[in-house]
Design a protein around this ligand. Structure first.
Ligand code: ARG
Length: 296
């Protein structure tokens, strides 16, 4: 008798748990929306196209994972050094900004599995006589974005060790590139993929060397992942890999022809696959073909 009523209690509890959970899940699936913070000045990971859209590898990976995992994605642009504070205070739910996984940041935010490797590239003007050593010494003006690992590397390894450089920190990389081109600074440091793309977009620059920092990039969520986003992001990344979407986005953005005109044209041509058909595989394939110029 005792055990029958216990069973009854247990099944009622289990049943209400199931009902409650599934009710919750359905409600969530309808109105789940997450804000992704980025600093859209880091091509080809994130940049603003000629129509003002935030495009790039990170942005599209976020949109594709949103479709796969069933939530809406809103992308918000801000200066790089505002991203981690915005994540900590819950103004954004995810940071997708070519963010290096560092021990220091790992204490205050949580990361997905790494999705990219990077070192630090040094850019100067094409007509400059500087090499990677002279560019980073002899009183030269070196630019980097505030709050980044390149700013940290320059501070820790050069400024604090009394190597004579004049460090110029920028809120956005667009300003740094402009200053480099017009001679206000002598050199600029950026993650190798970004340095290469900055160079493609600005042929009046050249890369004179790479500092091997061995960084890994990850997407970030709030410390202890209160919204349960890490499994979604990691599953989503895995899904992008097995379906080939990841490779197509990579080819599209890291291929040889990443000029801004083409990115603008191709994003506006392919975006309906994301927004109307909600088919990230068709989007990535179409974008890759368009970026390669194979549809011309
Ligand atoms: N990987 C470097 C860091 O995490 C630089 C990232 C800059 N990203 C950007 N979207 N501007 O510090």
């Amino acid at each position: 008798m005792k055990s029958r009523s216990l069973k009854l209690v247990i099944s009622v509890v289990v049943l209400s748990l199931i009902l409650g959970l599934s009710g919750g899940l359905v409600a969530q699936a309808q109105d789940e929306e997450y804000t992704v913070g980025t600093s859209a000045d880091w091509p080809p990971f994130e940049l603003v196209d000629e129509n003002g859209n935030i495009v790039g590898f990170d942005a599209d990976v976020m949109r594709a994972i949103g479709l796969i995992e069933g939530y809406e994605v809103k992308i918000r642009d801000m200066s790089f050094d505002a991203l981690i504070p915005a994540l900590k205070s819950g103004k954004v739910d995810i940071v997708a900004a070519g963010l290096t996984i560092t021990d220091e940041r790992d204490k205050v935010i949580d990361y997905t599995n790494p999705y990219w490797d990077a070192n630090q590239g040094v850019l100067v003007r094409k007509d400059s006589p500087l090499n990677v050593v002279t560019a980073l010494s002899m009183g030269h003006k070196v630019g980097a974005q505030r709050g980044t690992t390149q700013a940290g590397w320059l501070e820790d390894n050069l400024v604090k060790k009394d190597v004579n450089i004049n460090l110029n920190l920028y809120d956005t990389n667009d300003l740094a590139i402009m200053d480099l081109k017009n001679g206000r600074i002598d050199a600029f440091m950026a993650d190798t993929p970004a340095a290469r793309t900055f160079n493609t977009l600005n042929p009046e620059l050249k890369m004179v060397g790479i500092v091997m920092t061995g960084e890994h990039l990850g997407f970030a969520v709030q410390e202890n992942d209160p919204k349960g986003l890490l499994p979604k992001l990691n599953d989503g990344l895995e899904e992008l890999r097995v379906t080939g979407i990841y490779d197509n986005l990579k080819e599209a953005y890291f291929g040889p022809s990443s000029d801004l005109d083409r990115i603008t044209k191709c994003f506006s041509k392919s975006r309906h696959y994301l927004e109307e058909e909600e088919d990230p595989a068709a989007y990535a394939m179409d974008l890759r073909t368009c970026m390669a110029g194979e549809d011309e």
